[in-house]
Design a binder for this molecule. Structure first.
Ligand code: ADP
Ligand code: ZN
Ligand code: ZN
Length: 750
C-alpha cells in the first residue's frame, strides 16, 4: 500500500503531495489523517507529516514510512475540508491543514510542555530586521533561523514555551540575544487567557417579542436537524447576543457544541465575560491571535479533549477541533476580518456554511449593518432574514445630527471640532457623562507634502505615501514597516515649506486637551494598542469611567457596551467615502451606524454628531435617518447597475516579482491564456487586461494583476486552477522568481 503524504513544513519545495510506501508492520496504523515520520531527500533528521490519501501502488520505487504516531491523528473530515479549501482558494493542501493542527505542530514535537510560574520571555528586538536578514540568508544556523521564524509567527513567548514547542536549546536563545536579535525579560507567566475577575452567573432574560420570533425560527431549524442560514439584522443593542446565548444553551442541553465567531478586535474579556457568566468558565474555550502559543495550546487541548463545549474565537477558530457541532454563530458578520488576506485566502463564512451542511446544523449570522452579500442570499431565498428593530432593554436609539463642515469653514472655524460638537461635549462634561470621539481614518492618514513643489515622502520599497507619527517624529510605511526621520526640508526643491496633512488621533487629543483642559482623555489607535492587553486596558479604564473622553479610530467602533456614554462625535465622516473602492458607501454606512450605536446604550438617551463635508451623500443621509432599508435598497440598485458584488464576484490574479520585466511578461502570458480559453469555450466572464495594481510596488516587489468579474462557481474554480497549472509551466513562475496569487472578492482592491 502507498500513502500520499503532506509534509509538515514551511519550506516551499515541500509543499506538495509525496508518495511513501507503507511497510507491512505499519499497515494497520496507516489511516487517512495519521501523523507519520519519513525520511526526505538526503536530510538526516526525520520529517513529519500527515497521510491525506491511501492507494494501492505506485509506478515508482518508494521509500518506506519510518513511523506512525496514531495519537496525533487529524480527523478525516478535516482532511476533506483541507482538500476542498485547496481547490476553492487555489492553494496547497498543506497550507490549509496547518490551520487545523494544534498550535506549535509546525515545529518539532517535544514532550513535557510544562507550565512555569515566573519566567523569562523572549521577543524580537526588530522584527523587520529579522525578516530582512532571514530573507537575505544572513543567518546560517538552522536552529537560529527556526527560532526567529517562530518569534515572527508567534510574537513574544516564554522561553520555556519556546524551547518546548521548537525543540531548540537555551543556548540558541542566548546566542540570538547576544547577537541582539532578541531581548529577554523576566515576568509572570500566565497561561490562562481569562485574566479577569470572577464573574457572577447570570440567568437568561425573558425575550422581547422580536427576539422570541427570531429564536423560535432558528430553534425549529435546530430541531429539524438541517442546514439553514439565518441573518439576524438587529439594530445595535437589540439583544442579538441574548439570542446567541439562549441558542447555545439549547444546543448545550442537547449535549452538542457551538462555535461562536467574533471579529478579532472585539474579542475582549467583556465579550467573553457574558458567555462565562451564563455557562461558566470550564465549558468555554477562547481562541485568538493575541494568545501566547502556550495559551493557544491549552485552549486547543481543552476543546480536543471535549472539556470545552463552546468555542469563542476569531476567524481561525472555525477550524477548532470540536466534535458534535450543534450550531455556528457569526457575530458582526459584516466585519471584513472574517476574510483572510493571506494564503489560504479563505472566508470563514464559507467554511461555516461548509460545516453547517456537513453537520446538518444552522449557521446564524448577526449584524446591525449586514454585509450586502448576506442580504443578497436573503433576496435569493438562500437565507432567512430575522429583524430586530428596537433596543432590547428599552434604551432609545440615539438622536443623530449632521454638521456641514463647509459652513464651519465659511464661519472661520478652522478647528477640528465644530461649534455644535464643542457645545455638546461641554454639556456632557458638566453632567459627568462620557463622550467618544471617532476619527474615520480609513484611507486617510497624516502625511507630509512640500507646499512649493508638491513632493510627498514615499516608502522606498512600496511606493506608498509614508505616514507621519508625531510621538516619535518619524515617517513610517504601514505596509513594510520601513521608517525614516521626519523631514524639515524638501529633498526635491529644498524648500522648508513642509506641511503635515491629515488629522490624526494625536492631533485631535491635543486639540481636545487645549479646548477642555480639565477633561480626562484616553486615546486608542494602532500606536497605543500594539502591546498585549493594552486594547483591553483602555476599554476597561473607560468603562470604569477613569476618563471622560475616548478618542479613537475604527477600534472604538466594535460592539462595546458603555452605559455612561451619551455622546458620540464623528470628527469627519469622509475618510471612508473617498476611498478607491466600490464598497466606499457600504463601509461608510457600516462604520457610522456602528459608532453611532455606541451612544445611549444605558438609561440615558444618546446623541450623535456627525461632521462631514458631504452631508448630501446618501450613506450619511441614511445613517442620520437610521434608515437601513433605504440604504441597502439604493446600494443594491447601484451595485446591480454597475455589475459589482454581490451581483457578481471579483477575482484578482496577482502577479508579483522583484523583477519588473518578468512580472509584466508573466502577467501578459497569463492574460493571453485566459483570453483564449474564454473565447474558445465561450465562458461568461468579464476579463480585464493585465495592469499594474494601484499600489504597484510593495517591499520592492512589483505588482501586476488581472481582474475578472464573474459568477464564482465550479467552472471558474476549474479555470483558475488551470491557470495556476499553466503558470507552473512558465519558467519565471516555476523557478520562483514570479509569484501568483488568486483572491476571490478581496477586502482590499489595492
Ligand atoms: P446586541 O448584541 O444586539 O448589541 P445585546 O444582546 O448586547 O444587544 O443587548 C443590549 C442590552 O440589552 C444588554 O445590556 C442586554 O443585557 C439587554 N437585553 C438583551 N435582551 C434583553 C431582554 N430580553 N430583556 C431585557 N434586557 C435585554
Ligand atoms: Zn519641494
Ligand atoms: Zn514600505
Amino acid at each position: 500500500m502507498v500513502a500520499e503524504i503532506i509534509l509538515n513544513s514551511n519550506a516551499k519545495d515541500l509543499n506538495k503531495v509525496f508518495d511513501y510506501n507503507i511497510p507491512d508492520n505499519l499497515v494497520n496504523n496507516a489511516k487517512i489523517g495519521s501523523r507519520v515520520f519519513v525520511q526526505f531527500g538526503n536530510r538526516k533528521e526525520l520529517e513529519d507529516g500527515f497521510i491525506i490519501g491511501i492507494k494501492k501502488d505506485s509506478k515508482y520505487k518508494l521509500k518506506d514510512i519510518i513511523n506512525i504516531q496514531e495519537e496525533e491523528k487529524i480527523d478525516t473530515r478535516k482532511i476533506d475540508l483541507a482538500k476542498w479549501m485547496a481547490k476553492r482558494y487555489f492553494c496547497n493542501i498543506s497550507d490549509c491543514i496547518k490551520l487545523m493542527l494544534p498550535p506549535g505542530t509546525s515545529n518539532k514535537i517535544v514532550e513535557n510542555r510544562t507550565k512555569e510560574k515566573v519566567g523569562q520571555f523572549a521577543f524580537l528586538v526588530d522584527e523587520e530586521k529579522a525578516k530582512e536578514d532571514l530573507e537575505n540568508e544572513k543567518i546560517k544556523s538552522r536552529k537560529q533561523k527556526e527560532l526567529l521564524e517562530f518569534l515572527i509567527e508567534n510574537g513574544e513567548n516564554s522561553v520555556s514555551d519556546i524551547i518546548s514547542f521548537t525543540g531548540i536549546t537555551r543556548d540558541v536563545v542566548k546566542t540570538l540575544e547576544k547577537k541582539n536579535y532578541i531581548q529577554i525579560i523576566e515576568k509572570q507567566v500566565e497561561r490562562n487567557p481569562f485574566i479577569h475577575k470572577v464573574t457572577k452567573r447570570t440567568d437568561k432574560l425573558k425575550f422581547t417579542e422580536e427576539q422570541k420570533n427570531a429564536y423560535d425560527k432558528i430553534q425549529e431549524s435546530l430541531d429539524r436537524k438541517e442546514y439553514h442560514e439565518f441573518l439576524i439584522d438587529g439594530v445595535t443593542g437589540s439583544g442579538k447576543t441574548e439570542i446567541y446565548l439562549q441558542l447555545i444553551e439549547k444546543v448545550l442541553n442537547e449535549n452538542k457544541t457551538s462555535i461562536m465567531l467574533v471579529p478579532e478586535i472585539s474579542l475582549t474579556p467583556q465579550t467573553v465575560d457574558r458567555f462565562i457568566a451564563r455557562f461558566g468558565e470550564e465549558k468555554i474555550a477562547v481562541l485568538h491571535s493575541k494568545l501566547s502559543i502556550g495559551e493557544r495550546f491549552d485552549q486547543w487541548n481543552k476543546i480536543k479533549n471535549g472539556d470545552s463545549k463552546i468555542v469563542i474565537g476569531a476567524r481561525s477558530a472555525i477550524f477548532a477541533p470540536i466534535e458534535n457541532l450543534g450550531i455556528i454563530i457569526i457575530d458582526e458578520e459584516h466585519d471584513n476580518s472574517y476574510k483572510s488576506e493571506s494564503t489560504p485566502r479563505y472566508d470563514a463564512k464559507d467554511i461555516a456554511k461548509y460545516l453547517g451542511m456537513k453537520n446538518n446544523i444552522p449557521v446564524v449570522l448577526g449584524s446591525a449593518t449586514p454585509d450586502t452579500k448576506s442580504l443578497y442570499n436573503v433576496m435569493n431565498g438562500d437565507s432567512t432574514l430575522l429583524k430586530l428593530t428596537t433596543r432590547a432593554n428599552n434604551a432609545i436609539l440615539p438622536e443623530i445630527e449632521v454638521v456641514d463642515l463647509r459652513e464651519e469653514l465659511a464661519n472661520k472655524n478652522k478647528s477640528m471640532i465644530s461649534k455644535k460638537l464643542k457645545e455638546e461635549i461641554n454639556n456632557n462634561l458638566k453632567e459627568n457623562k462620557q463622550t467618544i470621539l471617532f476619527l474615520n481614518r480609513r484611507g486617510f492618514s497624516t502625511f507630509i507634502m512640500c507646499r512649493d513643489c508638491g513632493y510627498t515622502a514615499k516608502c522606498k520599497n512600496c511606493n506608498i505615501t509614508l505616514t507621519y507619527h508625531a510621538s516619535e517624529n518619524k515617517l513610517k510605511c504601514h505596509y513594510c514597516g520601513y521608517e525614516t526621520n521626519a523631514i524639515t526640508k524638501c529633498p526635491s526643491c529644498k524648500s522648508e515649506n513642509i506641511r503635515y496633512f491629515g488629522t490624526g488621533t494625536q492631533k485631535l487629543e491635543a486639540e481636545i486637551k487645549n479646548m477642555f483642559p480639565k477633561a480626562r482623555t484616553l486615546r486608542m489607535d494602532v500606536d497605543t494598542v500594539t502591546k498585549k492587553n493594552s486594547h483591553e486596558k483602555i476599554l476597561n479604564d473607560f468603562k470604569e469611567q477613569k476618563a471622560d473622553i475616548l478618542i479613537g479610530t475604527q477600534m472604538v467602533v466594535k460592539g462595546h457596551h458603555f452605559p455612561n456614554v451619551t455622546l458620540v462625535g464623528v470628527i469627519s465622516a469622509d475618510g471612508s467615502l473617498n476611498i478607491d473602492d466600490y464598497r466606499a458607501n457600504e463601509i461608510t454606512f457600516q462604520i457610522l451606524t456602528q459608532v453611532a450605536g455606541r451612544a445611549g446604550r444605558g438609561e440615558n438617551k444618546g446623541k450623535v454628531i456627525i461632521q462631514t463635508y458631504n452631508p448630501d451623500s446618501f450613506a450619511i443621509e441614511c445613517v442620520k435617518n437610521q434608515n437601513n432599508e433605504l440604504f441597502y435598497d439604493i446600494e443594491m440598485k447601484l451595485r446591480k447597475q454597475l455589475k459589482y458584488p454581490p451581483f457578481c464576484d471579483i477575482i484578482i490574479i496577482g502577479i508579483n516579482s522583484l523583477d519588473e520585466n518578468k512580472t509584466i511578461e508573466v502577467a501578459r502570458k497569463l492574460h493571453k491564456y485566459l483570453k483564449e480559453r474564454v473565447e474558445k469555450e465561450n465562458i461568461g466572464i468579464m476579463l480585464y487586461k493585465a495592469l499594474p495594481a494601484p499600489i504597484d510596488r510593495i517591499q520592492n516587489k512589483y505588482r501586476w494583476r488581472i481582474l475578472i468579474k464573474c459568477k464564482f462557481g465550479e467552472d471558474i474554480i476549474k479555470l483558475m486552477n488551470d491557470t495556476i497549472d499553466k503558470s507552473q509551466k512558465i519558467k519565471e513562475c516555476k523557478n520562483g522568481d514570479v509569484k501568483i496569487s488568486i483572491d476571490v472578492n478581496p477586502n482590499s482592491m489595492l
